[in-house]
Design a protein around this ligand. Structure first.
Ligand SMILES: O=P(O)(O)OC[C@H]1O[C@H](O)[C@H](O)[C@@H](O)[C@@H]1O
Length: 477
C-alpha cells in the first residue's frame, strides 16, 4: 500500500484505504515529525469536517498523538480548514491535523497537516512526513511498528486533552478585516450555501453579529452531500442560483466541503469566477480601502492582477500552482492579497491559508461599498484595463499517453500560437507561453487528478478558442 502525503495530505476511499489502521500510521508519522521540529510541547489542534465517522477518526488521531505524549486541542464539532489554521495561531499550537477530503465525493476522507505558521505545509514538510509514513508502513509489514495510543479517557486524566471552540475568536479576528458597517448599511439580501460543509454557521454568525437577514440552504450535516460534490463551481451551484433568483436576493455565497474555497453568485444568477473575484478584491483594496502592497498569484491565475498592479506601481509575485506557494508569499507582511484560479485566497493581516468564509464576506463588502452589481464593477474594470477572458480545460488522457505528452510538453516551444508571436516561455509550472497580444496559454499536469490542465487567457472569446485549438492540436491533447 502506498500512502501519498502531498500538499493536501492524504485522501482515500473510506473502508478501502482510509481505515483506522492506516490513519494511525499517518498520525504516528505526524507525531514523530512534530517531535523532530522541537515544538511538540505546544500541542496539536485536531480539526475535522462533516464527513461520515469524522468524530471517530478525530478521536483515534487524538489517541495516537497523546500516546506519543503530545497534548491535543479538539473541538466538539466540525471546524472549517481556515478555522483549524486560525486555532493554531490562537492557541499557540505546534500545528494541526485536519481531517477532510475537501470537495471529494462522500466516500472519501483525508488528513492533512498544517504547520505552526497556520498555512499549507511546504513540500519539504510533506516530503518528510511522507518518508516517515513510508518507513512506518514498511515496519508494519515487518511487524516491527509500534503505534502508541492512549485511550482518550486516560489522556484526559493526564491533562493532555483540551476542548476548544475557536469560532467566536475567529469571528472577532475577521471582523477586523471586513467592513461590516458597510455590509449592514447596504441591506444586502444574501443567500448562503455552505454545501453541508464544515463551514455551516460561520457566514451566518458573522451576519448575525450585524443583525442582517439572510437565507441559508444546505445548512445541516449530510455526509452524502445531497448526492452532489461539495464543490462551489458554477455547474454544481444550481440550487443556490434558483434560490437567489426566486428570493430576489442580491448575492449568493457558497463554500466547499471544508470551507477553504468560495463560490460567488450575482443577483441575476451570474457566477463570478475566482479570477474575477480576485480582480474585484484587488481593485477594491487599492481603490476603496486605499491599500498598497504586492499581490501574489499562481502562474495559472489572471493577468488582470498584473495590469492593475502595473498601473499602481505594485509588484506581482508569480508562483507555481498550489496555495502552499501563495501561503509562503502571504507570510511577507507586504503582501496585500494572494490567490489562485482554483478558488483560494487570503489577505494581509489574515492567515497564510485559503479562507472561503473570509472571501465570501469580502465579496459582500465589495458589493456593499460600490453599491452596484459585481458584474458592473467588472465591466468598469474592463473599460479601464481592457477585457481578459480566461478558461481552464481539464483534459483527460489515457495513462499510457501521459509520458509522451509530458515529453512533447517539455519540447513545446513554438514561435507563434494562433498567429501570435510568443514573447515569453515560462517553465515555473508546466509550460506557459505569453503572446504579444497579452494573452497566454499554460499547460501543466494536475498534481491532484490524472489529467492535464490547459489554461488560456485572451482578449476575446474568439482569440481564446483559437489558442485552445492550436495548443491542443500541437500537443495531441
Ligand atoms: O491543478 P492541481 O495541481 O490539481 O491543483 C489544484 C488545487 O489543488 C488543491 O486544492 C490545492 O490546495 C490548490 O492549491 C490547487 O490549486
Amino acid at each position: 500500500m502506498t500512502i501519498k502525503f502531498g500538499t493536501d495530505g492524504w485522501r482515500a476511499i473510506m473502508a478501502e484505504e482510509f481505515t483506522f489502521a492506516n490513519l494511525e500510521v499517518v498520525v504516528q508519522a505526524i507525531a514523530q515529525y512534530v517531535q523532530e521540529t522541537g515544538l511538540a510541547d505546544r500541542g496539536i489542534v485536531i480539526g475535522y469536517d462533516n464527513r461520515f465517522l469524522a468524530e471517530r477518526f478525530a478521536e483515534r488521531s487524538a489517541e495516537v498523538l497523546t500516546g506519543n505524549g503530545i497534548a491535543i486541542m479538539m473541538p466538539q464539532k466540525a471546524l472549517p480548514t481556515p478555522v483549524t489554521a486560525f486555532a493554531i495561531q490562537h492557541y499557540g499550537a505546534a500545528g494541526a491535523i485536519m481531517l477532510t477530503a475537501s470537495h471529494n465525493p462522500p466516500e472519501y476522507n483525508g488528513i492533512k497537516f498544517i504547520p505552526e505558521y497556520a498555512g499549507p505545509a511546504t513540500p519539504e514538510i510533506t516530503d518528510r512526513i511522507e518518508s516517515l509514513v513510508r518507513d512506518m508502513v514498511a515496519q508494519r509489514e515487518e511487524k516491527t511498528l509500534t503505534v502508541s495510543r492512549l485511550r482518550l479517557k486516560a489522556a484526559e486524566e493526564q491533562g493532555l486533552v483540551k476542548t476548544i471552540d475557536p469560532k467566536e475568536a475567529y469571528l472577532d479576528a475577521i471582523t477586523g478585516l471586513i467592513d461590516f458597517d458597510a455590509i449592514k448599511a447596504s441591506g444586502l439580501k444574501i443567500v448562503i450555501d455552505p454545501m453541508w460543509s464544515a463551514g455551516i454557521g460561520y457566514i451566518e454568525a458573522a451576519l448575525d453579529r450585524s443583525a442582517m437577514e439572510y437565507k441559508a440552504i444546505h445548512d445541516y450535516r449530510d455526509p452524502l452531500f445531497g448526492g452532489i460534490m461539495p464543490e462551489p463551481s458554477e455547474s454544481v451551484l444550481t440550487e443556490l442560483k434558483d434560490q437567489v433568483l426566486a428570493s430576489g436576493a442580491d448575492l449568493g455565497l457558497a463554500l466547499d466541503g471544508d470551507g477553504d474555497r468560495f463560490g460567488i453568485m450575482e443577483a441575476d444568477g451570474t457566477y463570478i469566477n475566482p479570477n474575477q473575484v480576485l480582480t474585484l478584491l484587488f481593485h477594491h483594496m487599492l481603490t476603496r480601502q486605499g491599500k498598497r502592497g504586492k499581490v501574489a498569484r499562481t502562474v495559472a491565475t489572471t493577468h488582470m492582477l498584473d495590469r492593475i498592479a502595473a498601473k499602481a506601481g505594485l509588484e506581482v509575485e508569480e508562483t507555481p500552482v498550489g496555495f502552499k506557494y501563495i501561503g509562503q508569499s502571504l507570510r511577507d507582511p507586504d503582501c496585500l492579497l494572494g490567490g489562485e484560479e482554483s478558488g483560494g485566497l487570503s489577505i494581509q493581516g489574515h492567515l497564510p491559508e485559503k479562507d472561503g468564509i473570509l472571501a465570501c464576506l469580502l465579496m459582500a463588502e465589495v458589493k456593499a461599498v460600490a453599491k452596484k452589481p459585481l458584474t458592473e464593477i467588472l465591466a468598469e474594470i474592463a473599460a479601464e484595463y481592457g477585457t481578459l477572458i480566461s478558461q481552464r480545460l481539464d483534459l483527460h488522457t489515457l495513462p499510457e499517453e501521459k509520458a509522451t505528452i509530458l515529453q512533447s510538453l517539455q519540447q513545446y516551444s513554438p514561435a507563434t500560437v494562433a498567429g501570435q508571436t510568443v514573447v515569453k516561455r515560462l517553465t515555473v509550472d508546466g509550460v506557459k507561453l505569453q503572446l504579444e497580444s497579452g494573452a497566454y496559454a499554460l499547460v501543466r499536469p494536475s498534481g491532484t487528478e490524472p489529467l492535464f490542465r490547459l489554461y488560456v487567457e485572451a482578449n476575446s472569446s474568439d482569440e481564446l478558442k483559437a489558442i485552445q485549438q492550436d495548443v491542443k492540436s500541437a500537443l495531441g491533447l
